[in-house]
Write a protein that binds this ligand. Structure first.
Ligand code: CP
Ligand code: NVA
Length: 298
């Protein structure tokens, strides 16, 4: 029984196993040799909106022989103030695993501690581990090992997706450049804790120059809606567009975790020119998360 709570706490061996297993699981889709979740019931407990994460986990659990229930956190007693540790102890006696999307990282950790069942972080304010595992899988599918490559993350460099990229960089040996205005850069403490080769800059052109991957995420993450106007103004110069793509390697991948806001973090033309990669990324959530589910119950 294992938990996937963050990239920070994950070993490089486990990451390697997910990437290798996902490739086999993708090929075996429709005729899996085993059903690792047969006889199990998993709950998805979400406090924030989701399309990709919700659907890919619901499909993944079912394809591996399990049953799944979706719990909107606001509609169970948790939403009326029942403590996480009590919710966790109840669910731990009834279900076999939980996939949680919420705000505080400490809430997912508390659930895992008290429930005693495999718990997977489906996005917190701190990290989005399943997203980054799928993104790295997609990079490797298209361009080979990520070790030694240069990934440029452009935009809100202090968001959950950027944080997970930061923790992945040292573990997998690639260079990560984060280009954001000062107020949206990751904390120096977090970058130091992660180790590895990480460049943080306000200069988007230098970050993109010669990069193998240009990556972006929304400028207004879930929970930050009250800051929307200020964020859109501050981040306006940090868009992926045709001019920026010209600075990267000629075969650079342009990636986006989705949902995408055209005209904000990426322009329509660049998004559509790279739609194949971006929707492969989305599809790969399913295959990679099935590898995570298999590992969690082993
Ligand atoms: N990328 C991602 O996690 O998408 P959803 O918010 O739709 O799950
Ligand atoms: N940073 C974004 C990711 C969405 C998948 C958010 O938290 O809203």
């Amino acid at each position: 029984m294992k938990n996937l709570l963050s990239i920070e706490k994950l070993s490089r061996e486990d990451i390697g196993q997910f990437l290798a297993d996902a490739s086999v699981i993708k090929k075996e889709r429709g005729h899996p040799p085993t059903q690792p979740l047969a006889g199990q019931v998993w709950a998805l407990i979400f406090s924030k909106s989701s399309t990709r994460t919700r659907v890919s986990f619901e499909v993944g659990v079912r394809e591996f022989g399990g049953k799944v229930m979706f719990l909107n956190a606001g509609e169970i007693q948790l939403g009326r103030g029942e403590p996480i540790k009590d919710t966790a102890r109840v669910l731990g006696r009834m279900i076999h695993g939980a996939v949680i999307r919420t705000f505080a990282q400490s809430d997912v950790e508390e659930f895992a501690r008290y429930s005693g069942i495999p718990t997977i972080n489906a996005l917190t304010d701190q990290e989005h581990p399943c997203q980054i595992l799928s993104d790295i899988f997609t990079c490797q599918e298209k361009r080979g090992p990520i070790r030694g490559k240069v990934v440029a993350f452009l935009g809100d460099g202090a968001c959950n997706v950027a944080n997970s990229w930061i923790f992945a960089a040292a573990k997998l040996g690639f260079e990560l450049r984060i280009a954001s205005p000062a107020a949206f850069q990751p904390s120096a403490e977090l970058v130091r804790r992660a180790g590895g080769k990480i460049v943080v800059t306000a200069d988007i052109q230098s970050a993109a120059a010669g990069a193998d991957v240009l990556y972006t995420d929304v400028w207004v993450s879930m929970g930050k809606e009250a800051e929307a106007a200020g964020r859109l103004t501050a981040l306006a110069g940090y868009q992926i567009n045709r001019a920026l793509v010209k600075l990267a390697k000629p075969d650079a991948l342009v990636m986006h975790c989705l949902p995408a806001y055209r005209g904000k973090e990426i322009d329509e033309e660049t998004f559509e020119a790279n739609a194949q990669t971006i929707f492969d990324q989305a599809e790969n959530r399913l295959h990679v998360q099935k590898a995570v589910l298999k590992w969690a119950v082993a």
